[in-house]
Design a protein around this ligand. Sequence first.
Ligand SMILES: Cc1ncc(COP(=O)(O)O)c(C=O)c1O
Length: 417
Amino acid sequence: MSHLAPVWFKLTDLQVASGEGSWVTTVDGRRYLDFTAGIAVTSTGHCHPKVVAAIAEQAGRFIHAQVNCYTHPLLEQLAERLAGITPDGIDTFFFTNSGAEATEASVKLAKQATGRPHVIVFSGSFHGRTHLAMAMTTSKTGYRAGHAPLPAGVFVAPFPRAIGQGTLDERIDACLDELRHLLLSQTAPAETAAMILEPVLGEGGYEPAPARFLQGITEICREHGILFIADEVQAGFGRTGTMFAVDGTGIRPDILVMAKGIASGMPISAVGASRDLMDRWPTGSHGGTYGGNPVACAAALATIDVLTEPGFLDSVNARGEELRQALRDASADHPVLADVRGPGLMVAAEFRDPVTGAPDAARTAAVIAHCRDESNLLLMNAGTYANVIRFMPPLVVTREEMALATTAVRAALDATA
Ligand SMILES: Cc1ncc(COP(=O)(O)O)c(C=O)c1O
């Protein structure tokens, strides 16, 4: 009998013994190309030598330097490093352990800074599994069902999906109209502390927020003194081919939430904002036992060193383009591939019945299973209808590994047709 709680959903039953770069090896010696990257976490690949060395060195010096008791040098070092790579205006950081803790912390900060109680989220979002984060999550009912009552004060606005009624521009306009309507009908601006959005919906189906939608949201926020929180837990740290998904959009979030790729797998997350905003978060009103753990900080610093190496993001974009091109080529023979989208290495292939347009979760699952069982390629789905394959390889994936993966997907599409 297993002594493990069955609550974890399992993508595979594989027992892994080690990982290196884009590969994991099972206890019985089988190697798998890992295009899940631990759900977009192992940005520098499994056990990048620089990250391993930084962890080992720091572990020998100090494992737990509790922030309320004393400070340690890596805290300031990491904050300074983050200030150098995050969007303009973000220069002050709070550290915690997971994505959910960070999204919750960002809302606590927004409430304290504005004195307002409510938050607006966008349909299809995933912000975590703790109670407030769960209340802010609308990607699937499975995360919420059976846990009611969830915290109040969360209002849901629509998100313009890649596939829907009318043109994308019409969908963007309709969503912005609904957002304005929400502020007139359900949560008045004077009650609304923040809007929180994933610039690319992750769990919700790898749906990039169109630039005009992002601009519209931030304009409405500015008009009403509402803070804009970018949840870049999944999209940040090079995943989208820029350091952060909002880079280059002209959007300056008031609060930036980071986790996953930040430390190649060590549990650390961060909330970034301006000094002025952070100064409005009363000392002692938030914290945590493990936040800013020195070993995790060391892993984050080493990860950032790797991600900022010359040409690193160019390679992310080149691999992403190879992937998108291969999927688009495949869609010519397999019209079930209704859409291929996503920046950098945050790429989605959406499966729909070519005749009815209905989401095709069965074919999605069959392709994922074929890739795993016949080609040793690990893939994961996403989306409310489980009809999207999300490709999130380690950002160090090579051209040869990408070719292996796209060949495997092509074979799976052919075999499951
Ligand atoms: C955008 C986003 N926010 C928050 C979270 C929650 O992160 P965690 O699972 O570390 O709590 C996730 C996790 O997938 C995520 O993708």
